[in-house]
Ligand binder design. Structure first.
Ligand SMILES: Nc1ncnc2c1ncn2[C@@H]1O[C@H](COP(=O)(O)OP(=O)(O)O)[C@@H](O)[C@H]1O
Ligand SMILES: [Mg+2]
Length: 266
């Protein structure tokens, strides 16, 4: 029987919400759990995930440190839409046959490759900066009544991808998870408004909210070194494990469990 990987898509139609950061940290978490991982960077213009992985595997001490990475494919779009789409479908199918998990990092814009990528998701993770501005990606909110007016373009796109799956004869159930990123920036009033709106919206457009990542330097400081806080160990140059790092590890563990990825390793 061919192995069929669990496919995770990290998407949000807005840039800078933490898609690539969450992607890299999930990949390293999964590798650390002994799972084999394939990854695809559809956001080839920014190529943040691709560069993060290159920085990791290109380290001179990668072997000594026992650093492992995913089987990674970067897919920059060309002028040939049909060719691009075929290449993405083949890439995902190939990785899914060879690995336990395939993760796709997507651009913060509506693009045909992103739309097709979304249609492969068993789990769709949408990181949201913890602000009412970012909530706009999920729904239009009336600023006076704070009521939800209508789902956004992105929410409709997610809905459409379920139809695309149904047409391909695949199960249309996608576990859509909204992850609040960079927590701790809101004042109490905005925080309450955000929580209430997200809860309303979750029911209305069908996602669940999981505890996200705090605003922490450690999530962004090791990009050039190709490392994450999960790689910190005593034989690393400049090693230092702080309380914030330990809290961040706990956040990531909680996230992996909330998504249900710990079950994959069982
Ligand atoms: N939880 C976090 N704490 C601190 N910085 C973060 C966090 N999440 C993301 N960042 C930073 O925010 C910026 C945008 O993140 P990135 O993952 O590139 O977003 P996207 O892929 O959605 O465009 C980057 O500089 C990243 O290091
Ligand atoms: Mg990105």
């Amino acid at each position: 029987m061919t192995k069929r990987a669990h496919i995770i898509v990290v998407g949000n139609e807005k840039g800078g919400t933490g898609k690539s950061t969450v992607s890299m940290h999930l990949i390293v978490s999964l590798l650390g759990m002994g799972l084999s991982v394939g990854s695809v960077d559809i956001d080839a213009r920014q190529a943040t995930l691709t560069r993060y992985i290159q920085n990791r595997l290109g380290r001179k001490d990668a072997d000594r440190l026992g650093l492992v990475g995913p089987e990674h494919v970067a897919l920059p779009p060309t002028a040939d839409r049909a060719g691009d789409e075929a290449r993405l479908a083949e890439t995902v199918a190939g990785l899914a046959a060879a690995h336990d998990v395939v993760l796709l990092d997507t651009p913060g814009s509506d693009h045909y490759l992103s739309r097709l990528g979304h249609s492969f998701a068993d789990t769709l993770i949408t990181p949201l900066n913890d602000s009412l501005v970012d909530l706009d990606v999920l729904a239009r909110v009336d600023p006076e009544t704070m009521r939800i007016l209508r789902p956004s373009h992105y929410a409709e796109m997610v809905w459409d991808t379920k139809k695309a799956r149904a047409i391909r004869g695949e199960k249309a159930v996608v576990d859509w998870i909204v992850l609040r990123n960079r927590l701790a920036h809101l004042d109490a009033r905005n925080k309450q408004a955000m929580e209430k709106l997200l809860a309303d919206l979750a029911k209305r457009i069908g996602f669940r909210v999981v505890p996200g990542l705090g605003e922490r330097v450690i999530y962004r400081s090791m990009f050039l070194e190709g490392l994450t806080l999960l790689d910190l160990r005593q034989d690393l140059p400049g090693f230092e494990l702080s309380m914030s790092h330990i809290a961040a590890r706990q956040e990531l563990r909680t996230l992996v469990e909330a998504i249900g990825l710990n079950k994959l390793a069982a």
